[in-house]
Design a protein around this ligand. Structure first.
Ligand code: 2AM
Ligand code: CA
Ligand code: CA
Ligand code: CA
Length: 272
């Protein structure tokens, strides 16, 4: 058991190191993002730096952990993400978003991350979310707590929506989900303290984990948006479910995250 713990500690240290290095690479290319290309539609963009960060991370992992599987956004495409997850329910796997918040990155809004989640036998065991602009490094290891720049973090104490700032987001390409979010905001307006849309799901989960906001909901996310952040949040004492309150799984289409205390009230209020 000792040896197993030590090797997972080494894995944790490696994930942090890779995220910091990828972040440095992204920062270096801030003024030189290369071609900005649409993927499925004009709202869904990727830059050459997303690919650079992803290739860097894949290279590191393949070199240091050749027997681990990897699921990453630009390499996978979301159509088969769930197939990949289904087919890899054993061993160690890395779930990578090389830049989470690409729209912010493109517009020089200093709010995006490198998100690295590690799962073992299908369950998250390590999560690292790094914002290279602010230098905020959120990291968690299963049963060992969640940290921001080395200091333990904890969800907030707010017990009612009235005291809570909650965040959301939507895919601009998906009119249906956009209009659902508008209806949900309409229901929350006047009930919650206020509402935010920051544009990077991994960081939203970490904002809940560190008590800056109290809740976050989103639909249509992919495993690479959530794999790291849900562990950071769980280790910080938070709760993550799907829209019906079932424990959140990486293949779920809807996500509600909170400090736990406002969870049911938030879930009920945004139910359409
Ligand atoms: P991304 O920047 O890696 O694409 C914003 O609400 C959050 O949703 C971000 O984490 C963003 O991740 C994700 N997102 C936004 N638009 C998306 C789209 N068209 N397809 C998939 N994920 C999207
Ligand atoms: Ca994307
Ligand atoms: Ca993402
Ligand atoms: Ca991305």
């Amino acid at each position: 058991i000792k040896m197993k713990q030590d090797s997972e500690q080494a894995l944790y240290d490696a994930a942090i190191e890779y995220a910091l290095q990828a972040g440095r690479l992204i920062k270096y290319h801030l003024g030189n993002k290369g071609k900005i290309k649409p993927k499925k539609n004009a709202f869904d963009l990727v830059t050459e730096v997303d690919k650079l960060s992803e290739d860097f991370l894949r290279g590191k992992i393949q070199e240091d952990y050749p027997d681990h599987w990897i699921l990453s956004e630009e390499n996978c495409g979301q159509d088969n993400a769930y197939e990949v997850l289904k087919n890899h329910n054993s061993g160690y796997g890395w779930i990578i978003d090389p830049i989470d918040g690409t729209t912010n990155f493109i517009h020089n809004i200093p709010h995006f991350s490198v998100s690295l989640g590690i799962v073992k036998d299908g369950k998250p065991i390590i999560g690292v979310v790094f914002n290279p602009i602010t230098g905020d490094l959120y990291a968690a290891r299963k049963s060992f707590g969640a940290y921001l720049n080395g200091r333990p973090i904890r969800v907030g104490e707010e017990s009612t929506l009235a005291e809570a700032v909650v965040a959301t987001g939507f895919q601009a390409s998906d009119f249906q989900s956009g209009s659902r979010v508008i209806q949900q905001i309409d229901k929350l307006a006047g009930k919650s303290r206020n509402i935010r849309m920051f544009g990077a799901a991994s960081l939203d989960l970490c904002l809940v984990a560190s008590g800056k906001i109290t809740g976050f909901w989103h639909e249509g996310l992919n495993p690479w948006d959530t794999a790291a952040g849900i562990l950071v949040l769980a280790e910080a004492g938070g709760r993550v479910t799907d829209k019906d309150g079932n424990p959140y799984q990486l293949f779920h289409d809807s996500l509600i995250a909170s400090n736990g205390k406002i969870h049911d009230e938030l879930m009920k209020t945004i139910k359409l």
